[in-house]
Design a binder for this molecule. Structure first.
Ligand code: PXP
Length: 256
């Protein structure tokens, strides 16, 4: 088991429930309920709930964030772009943590990490406003050591490394392929830098029941944020089992 200052440290699972809202918004009804989904995830052992309040409100709506804040017994992690309107919601709701992400209107999902290196002033402004409100701030970045340094310089608490490219290469070519291994090594090397800078190390995007075991092997991982694969499995197995199975997989692989 991973040991930290004498104790056992398991990688935490944050469940991203955006796609419960995607389904609801397809009919603009009030089912399936985001709040009910969050409660099931908590019951199944999720460490926290993640939602992305996008500027285009394609899935999660403002009232979802407020309702979750009221009912969650675990942690609320809010993903948001560098946007004043969303910052106002975040400062009002006060989630436990915020993950700052890039956002493009036309993308299907968050495509790449945030370029902190070239936007330090803007981002550091948001980071300090959130931190002053008592919110832990993470930044979603690609596996790039220079981006880690930039996150450190602007005083972020955590980084979430983008595992989307790794996940895609894993699916297309398998873990043993040169391309996938090389992306994995990049994430591993970047993680060492995160650890060295004493930032909290999280990861997410594209993680599923096949590939999560490999990412578990990277030393120092604190938390994974996983959405699409869990919600997809839930259609057939039920949400409680989908979350439970992912948590079990992470726990088993954290033992390696
Ligand atoms: N982490 C971040 C920062 C994201 O933007 C997303 C997608 O909303 C996720 C994790 C979850 O990704 P996936 O749905 O592919 O598991």
């Amino acid at each position: 088991m991973r040991k930290e200052s004498g104790g056992v440290k398991m990688i935490k699972l944050g469940v991203n429930i955006d796609h419960i809202a995607t389904l609801r918004q397809a009919r603009r009804e009030n089912v399936p309920s985001v709040v009910e989904a969050a409660l099931v995830c908590e019951k199944a052992g999720a460490y926290g709930i993640t939602v992305h309040l996008r500027e285009d409100r394609r899935h999660i709506q403002d009232h979802d964030v407020y309702n979750l804040r009221k009912i969650l017994k675990t942690k609320l992690n809010l993903e948001m772009a560098v946007a004043n309107e969303i910052l106002c919601v975040a400062l009002d709701v006060k989630p436990d943590s915020v993950c700052i992400v890039p956002e493009k209107r036309e993308e299907l999902t968050t495509e790449g990490g945030l370029d902190v290196k070239n936007n330090k002033k803007n981002i550091s402004n948001i980071v300090s406003k959130l931190q002053k409100a008592g919110i832990v701030v993470s930044i979603f970045i690609d596996a790039d050591i220079e981006q880690v340094s930039a996150c450190f310089e602007i005083g972020a608490d955590a980084v979430e490394l983008h595992t989307g490219k790794f996940s895609l290469l894993f699916k297309e070519n398998g873990f043993s392929s040169i391309k996938c291994k090389s992306e994995f090594n990049k994430i591993t090397e970047t993680s060492k830098e995160v650890f060295k800078r004493k930032l909290i190390l999280n990861a997410g995007h594209g993680l599923d029941y096949e590939n999560v075991g490999q990412i578990c092997k990277i030393q120092g991982m604190n938390e994974f944020n996983i959405g699409f694969s869990i919600i997809s499995k839930a259609i057939f197995s039920g949400l409680q089992k989908a979350v439970f199975d992912m948590k079990k997989l992470i726990e088993q692989n954290s033992n390696l």
